[in-house]
Design a protein around this ligand. Structure first.
Ligand SMILES: [Zn+2]
Length: 234
């Protein structure tokens, strides 16, 4: 009954109206056909923008963990330290790479000297506050050249300050970049899994050509993951 009723209903529609319905369907089809790519295009634009916002947010959350431009680092257990030079300790995982790098440089007539390796948070505290006071600096000025206690890569045992044994007056100076030691490191350090931590493009810490960090183990990479991630976004 219902079928008959609906059939009758269609036949009841005037021919002109039927054409109108057909052309209306065609119009709808055309709209869908042309609007779908536009819609997909807009969705992809939105997605790309959203990803950027997400990336910005995640890098911003890294910034929130920073203190005066430095990321927090835990102090490594003393059991993991080994002496690389008198009074200079480093993480045992980077010992052989560091010594190999020194040895290979020496074979090319370049003499590397290690200036500072592991530093306890206590020692970092003394360095930060005593130099800050001696130089009459406010914390934010001091932080440009020295990390606050608890925020130094040196606490991890994976950071090493390097000088040129034949040019000691450039120790801890930007002029170290003109030495043969630095030029050699720039060319070769990555072979031994070392990289400069604070290059000329670093946002909050001044350029430190003498300060290198080790990234040759998963543990070290995990420790410096935030620092590396931040480097990608800025
Ligand atoms: Zn350093």
């Amino acid at each position: 009954m219902e079928n008959n009723y609906s059939k009758n209903n269609i036949n009841d529609i005037q021919v002109a109206e039927r054409k109108y319905i057909k052309s209306n369907r065609l119009l709808k089809f055309k709209i869908i056909f042309f609007l779908t790519p536009v819609f997909l295009f807009l969705v992809s634009i939105f997605w790309l923008r959203y990803q950027k916002v997400f990336a910005y947010r995640s890098s911003n959350s890294i910034s929130d963990q920073k203190l005066l431009g430095h990321l927090p680092y835990k102090e490594i257990s003393k059991n993991n330290l080994i002496e690389v030079q008198p009074n200079i300790l480093v993480h045992k995982d980077m010992y052989s790479s560091l010594m190999k790098m020194k040895y290979e440089a020496q074979k090319e007539g370049v003499f590397l000297v290690f200036l500072s390796g592991y530093r306890s948070i206590k020692l970092q505290e003394e360095i930060f506050y005593s130099l800050k006071a001696a130089r009459n600096q406010i914390a934010i000025e001091r932080a440009k050249v020295s990390a606050p206690p608890g925020y130094s890569e040196h606490s991890t045992g994976f950071a090493i300050d390097i000088g040129d044994a034949q040019n000691r007056k450039t120790d801890f100076e930007v002029e170290f970049e003109d030495t043969r030691a630095f030029q050699w490191l720039k060319r070769n350090a990555a072979k031994y899994h070392f990289r400069l931590s604070f290059d000329k493009n670093h946002k909050s810490v001044d350029y430190e050509p003498w300060h290198w960090r080790y990234e040759g183990s998963i543990d070290a990479l995990k420790i410096f993951e935030k620092a590396n991630r931040e480097n990608i976004f800025f």
